[in-house]
Design a protein around this ligand. Structure first.
Ligand SMILES: C[S@@+](CC[C@H](N)C(=O)[O-])C[C@H]1O[C@@H](n2cnc3c(N)ncnc32)[C@H](O)[C@@H]1O
Length: 215
């Protein structure tokens, strides 16, 4: 099995400091590299999300995704989780549950959510495999797990190289093996896992827990 490498640093203090300028920096990433993966994640969620369903956005940052869902009239039960208090503070206007916590130790019972999303946060966690175990644990049978992340892939050209280098220098996250993420999810039990075909330094993996499958 392709193993997901562990990181060393706790990036929460860095994200606390970045919070005031985060939206501007992240917009640049989405425009240059991550936009397709983000769009694929949001399309998968919109297709699956029904009224009253429970959605967890783990590593929610400033809550931009939740705001877009609500602007579209989403009537789901939203929970936003982040360990950065400065990030969570920026979600104060969003009608949802806001939870201070970490992906590696989600403060929820097993099978709590119909959908779990994690956009650009798995690569910030020291132990991404532990985070995947937790996201799988809190997902109900039939539920959907959508993960967008910076991907270890060959650069398509100078532009990819520049983006990869600037993110690595800023130290805001790592580049994860797409196969490693997909296989770690599959190893959690009965999941149908699909890696959305994208090129470049961004990836989206979507996984459905087969209904009635044992945990
Ligand atoms: C690149 S931002 C992504 C934010 C948001 N999901 C988005 O799409 O804009 C990474 C987020 O992961 C959070 N984070 C860092 N370490 C984390 C951990 N151990 N568990 C959960 N989130 C974490 C950071 O505080 C930050 O808000």
């Amino acid at each position: 099995m392709t193993v997901l490498e562990a990181g060393r640093a706790d990036l929460v203090p860095l994200y606390d400091r970045l919070a005031p300028v985060y939206d501007r920096l992240h917009h640049r990433w989405l425009r240059r590299a991550g936009g397709e993966a983000q769009a694929a994640l949001e399309a998968a969620v919109r297709a699956a999300l029904g009224p009253g369903q429970a959605l967890l956005d783990a590593g929610c940052g400033t809550g931009a995704f939740a705001r877009r869902l609500l602007a579209d009239g989403c009537a789901a039960d939203l929970t936003l989780l982040d360990p950065s208090r400065e990030m969570l503070r920026r979600c104060a206007d969003i009608p949802c549950e806001r939870v201070h916590g970490r992906l590696e130790a989600l403060p929820f019972g097993a099978e709590t959510f119909d959908i779990v999303t994690c956009a650009w946060a798995l690569e910030t966690v020291a132990e991404p495999a532990a985070a995947i175990v937790e996201m799988a644990r809190v997902l109900r049978g039939g539920g959907l797990l959508c993960v967008a992340f910076c991907a270890q892939r060959p650069d398509r050209g100078v532009a990819d190289w520049v983006i990869r280098r600037s993110l690595t220098r800023r130290g805001t996250g790592r580049f994860l093996s797409v196969r490693g993420v997909a296989r770690t999810i599959a190893a959690q039990g009965s999941f149908e896992v699909r890696s959305v075909p994208l090129a470049g330094p961004a990836a989206m993996v979507v996984a459905r827990r087969v209904p009635g499958s044992p945990r």
